[in-house]
Design a protein around this ligand. Structure first.
Ligand code: FCB
Length: 447
């Protein structure tokens, strides 16, 4: 294989999230989010880092859009900070917050970059958390009202809308590991109710967006890791299938089939969430696209998970690099569900970067990771998966949640002292991929 080409209308993009890049945490009338509160709590984030300033994208978005143009991005996936537009999560609208997203979207369109909007990438208004967060069902309608507000406001300029980013992570990291806001630990029962209620909120928001601005495309972004058996032994294969069915289907099954996977129901037993009548109809409304975020896989044997995998490369996140697992994952989802078109809404790698004496960042490992993953996704497309676009995580190094500023994922480096941006070799390489609409299999030579 020398050169792998993509369809001419393929959307090459990059992704970010509001709390990870915007900064301006208390400017122009923005309300507090649970991530503001969490990062301000001593001991929660590596090095005591916060998103108070982050990449200062709130003020520097014109510079960042100029860099997106330099790379040649066709699409840009960003999220809206809910408390920036609705400081309490409902009620009074902060016009200055809406104004910021107007400017951002107008500048993207002027640069010929298609905005892909995500309504919730984890920065829940603190006031909503104080009213019971995702457990209180009134709050689910507040999310739908917020979705309608945004669709009325930006629906004339943005076509593709995503309700939630990775609802599984909201529930598991927020309520079980406690490594994310709101920082609740070991409450599986609550986490399962949050999973269910997030899907109900998604369903209400889909309806609200469609009612507010007909003709928009609406989807959700799910985090899906491949699950591979450790060998061809039937017992290892059965163990891996069980993990897939009882865990990885938590969102796919309700959204694309309208019920929980029976193996999951069995495994969870009396800890299943409370389901109200009508929930599954709301949850399983037809979507216009599915966003998949994927970074790695798990390897399962009859004895349990195997890690690390001898001989495998690992990123700074401790995630195994295994691009062929991405192709298998996409095929598995495509074969098990009747899917709408798919976008890869996040994929990328954190590796430590060094600035060379020539002032450049020769991030060959990141290039290699992306090259392998682009290629495997193209193969999955040839297998029959209808992938329409690919958003690299991330455009720019940013605040990586509990890890603070210590995990660089960007095509562009952020110097957190000066806020200076530097294009990495991976950004230049991606520019070549986009310009040629193909992935060259040769080792990249920095230019
Ligand atoms: C995903 C998140 C994104 C970023 C990447 C590394 O789970 O959606 O915000 O943290 O992981």
């Amino acid at each position: 294989m020398s050169n792998v080409s993509f369809p001419s209308n393929f959307v090459w993009g990059a992704a970010t999230a509001a709390y990870q890049i915007e900064g301006a945490w208390n400017e122009d009338g923005k309300g507090e989010s649970i991530w503001d509160r969490f990062s301000h709590t001593p001991g929660k984030i590596t090095n005591g880092d916060t998103g108070d300033v982050a990449c200062d994208h709130y003020h520097r978005y014109p510079e960042d859009i100029a860099l997106m143009r330099q790379i040649g991005l066709k699409g840009y996936r960003f999220s809206v900070s809910w408390p920036r537009v609705l400081p309490a999560g409902f009620g009074r609208v902060n016009l200055a917050g809406l104004g910021y997203y107007d400017r951002l979207v107008d500048s993207l369109l002027a640069a010929n970059i298609e905005p892909f909007i995500t309504l919730h990438h984890w920065d829940l208004p603190q006031a909503i958390w104080e009213r019971g967060g995702w457990i209180n069902r009134d709050n689910l309608s507040f999310f739908a009202d917020y979705a309608a507000l945004m669709a009325k406001h930006l629906g004339d300029r943005i076509k593709r809308w995503t309700t939630f980013n990775e609802p599984s992570v909201i529930a598991i990291d927020g309520y079980v590991s406690g490594e994310h806001a709101p920082g609740v630990k070991n409450d599986w029962k609550m986490a399962r109710q949050v999973i269910h209620n997030l899907m109900v909120a998604h369903g209400l928001a889909v309806q609200a967006i469609r009612a507010a601005a007909p003709g928009l495309e609406v989807g959700i972004v799910l985090s899906q890791w491949g699950v591979d058996p450790s060998s061809d032994e039937p017992s290892d294969i059965a163990a891996a299938n069980h993990i897939w069915n009882s865990r990885e289907t938590a969102f796919l099954h309700p959204i694309f089939r309208g019920y929980y996977h029976p193996e999951m129901v069995d495994a969870v037993g009396d800890q299943m969430p409370e389901v109200k009548s009508g929930d599954f109809a709301l949850i399983s409304q037809k979507l216009d696209f599915l966003g998949i975020n994927s970074y790695s896989r798990s390897v399962i044997s009859a004895q349990g998970q195997i890690a690390p995998i001898p001989g495998s490369e690992y990123t700074e996140m401790g995630w195994e690099v295994c691009a062929p697992a991405f192709r298998r994952l996409l095929n598995r989802i495509n074969q098990n569900y009747s899917l709408p078109p798919v976008y890869i809404t996040e994929n990328g790698a954190s590796f430590k970067d060094v600035v060379s004496p020539d002032g450049k960042i020769h991030d060959e490992r990141r290039i290699d990771y992306l090259r392998q993953h682009f290629t495997q996704v193209r193969l999955a497309m040839q297998d029959g998966v209808d992938v329409r676009g690919y958003f690299v995580w991330s455009l720019i190094d940013n605040f990586e949640w509990g890890h603070g500023n210590t995990k660089p994922f960007g095509l562009i480096q952020t110097d957190y002292d000066t806020l200076k941006r530097t294009m990495k070799d991976s950004g230049e390489w991606y520019q070549q991929v986009i310009a040629s609409n193909s992935v060259d299999q040769q080792q990249y030579k920095s230019v």
